[in-house]
Design a protein around this ligand. Structure first.
Ligand code: SAM
Ligand code: SF4
Ligand code: FES
Length: 352
């Protein structure tokens, strides 16, 4: 096997075997990474030009009933500060966001029983009626089929639910026994089937991850064929059992972004906040490696620090307006520009 041949296969056939993916991740050199990066960037440029889509992230609840071992919001972290935004506060975030040019709002939170279907549907309906030109993305964790259907009917357009790892044994090392990969996957296939633009994804460098589990993640993504994929480095949180674990590698995250771009050329691929936290210019590097989305924070500044998934998260003290200005500048510095657009998934999109 040889890395260049595998990269060429990814570019032409948009696929590779598990053995090839493991070999590539294990052996890719700096020079080969640059070849991969250029191909991924070219693929993204052909689809999206130098445009970067923005999503306004509204972290609306830090309450969570789950206990994922890696996450600062896990229920057994008694140091976590818990808050919930009211509907009015959420709509305020949307108002600010709309004025700043956002046309997608991402409502993200812990799995918080307070936000029943009735309450969530009302929030979604209100956003859609006030801002009919905007897409609403939900990232609320696992819910029932009925719930996913109701939220879709209320107007939600997209749903983000990272699968976290496609390897069952690995999944069990990251989550308590009441959570299962089987249900996670079931939710993802259901979301797609209902009609959501669906996002899967995983952390890079989570404890117990191997090149083999990463290859399984890539093959799962290929199989699911989601419209979006969120990947970013694992970063430890001081109040979790994984506090002494090492952060995921930025370099490996960038390689994976490029591989995903070649495997699924049309996919919406964010350069995540975790990537920007692990590396001061991580988001710029992400775009240059084939990503095409950034997700600045629209949450009220007074709550930012309390949505603490991992340590040293960036932008916790900055207003939405500052972040968008900062990001515009960052994108400009690498020859890209942020656009006012819903940024929907469009297969076979070719830039005019
Ligand atoms: N509760 C919902 C869920 O789990 O799908 C949505 C919010 S959850 C905080 C969003 C994502 O944060 C998770 O899918 C996970 O990949 C990521 N995350 C959690 N802890 C992290 C950590 N320590 N480092 C990096 N990413 C983390
Ligand atoms: Fe809750 Fe999501 Fe954190 Fe898991 S990752 S503890 S579900 S907020
Ligand atoms: Fe938030 Fe730079 S993106 S301050």
């Amino acid at each position: 096997m040889n890395c260049i041949k595998i990269i060429e296969k990814l570019e032409k056939q948009h696929s590779a075997s598990k053995a090839e993916l493991i070999f590539l991740l294990e052996n890719i050199s700096e020079q080969e990474t640059e070849i991969l990066r250029k191909k991924a960037q070219k693929t993204a440029l052909e689809r999206f030009g130098n445009k970067v889509f923005i999503r306004g992230l509204i972290e609306f609840t830090s309450v969570c009933k789950n206990d994922c071992y890696y996450c600062g919001l896990r229920r057994s972290n008694h140091n976590a500060v818990r808050y919930r935004l009211s509907k009015e506060q959420i709509l305020d975030c949307c108002k600010t966001g709309h004025e700043l040019g956002f046309r997608t709002f991402v409502l993200q939170g812990g799995e918080d029983g307070y936000f029943t279907d009735e309450i969530m549907c009302d929030i979604v309906r209100s956003i859609k009626s006030l801002y009919p030109d905007c897409a609403v993305t939900l990232s609320l964790g696992e819910r029932s089929t009925e719930s996913f259907k109701k939220l879709f009917k209320a107007g939600a357009d997209r749903y983000l639910l990272r699968h976290e790892t496609a390897n069952d044994e690995h999944y069990r090392k990251l989550h308590p026994s009441e959570m299962s990969l089987e249900n996670r996957k079931k939710c993802l296939f259901e979301l797609k089937q209902i009609g959501y633009q669906t996002g899967a994804g995983f952390m890079v460098g989570s404890p117990y991850q191997t090149y083999e589990t990463l290859a399984e993640d890539l093959l799962f993504i290929k199989e699911l064929n989601p419209q979006m994929c969120g990947i970013g480095p694992f970063i430890p949180h001081k109040d979790t059992d994984f506090k002494n674990e090492r952060s995921g590698s930025v370099q490996l995250t960038l390689v994976l972004l490029s591989v995903i771009r070649l495997m699924l050329p049309d996919i919406l691929l964010p350069a995540t906040t975790a990537l920007g936290t692990a590396d001061g210019t991580g988001r710029e590097k992400g775009i240059l490696h084939g990503a095409n989305v950034v997700m600045p924070n629209l949450s009220p500044t007074e709550h930012r620090a309390d949505y603490s998934l991992y340590d040293n998260k960036i932008c916790t003290g900055d207003e939405a307006a500052e972040c968008i200005k900062c990001l515009s500048g960052r994108m400009k510095s690498i020859g890209y520009k942020i656009v006012i657009d819903r940024g929907d998934y469009k297969p076979e999109r070719k830039e005019m």
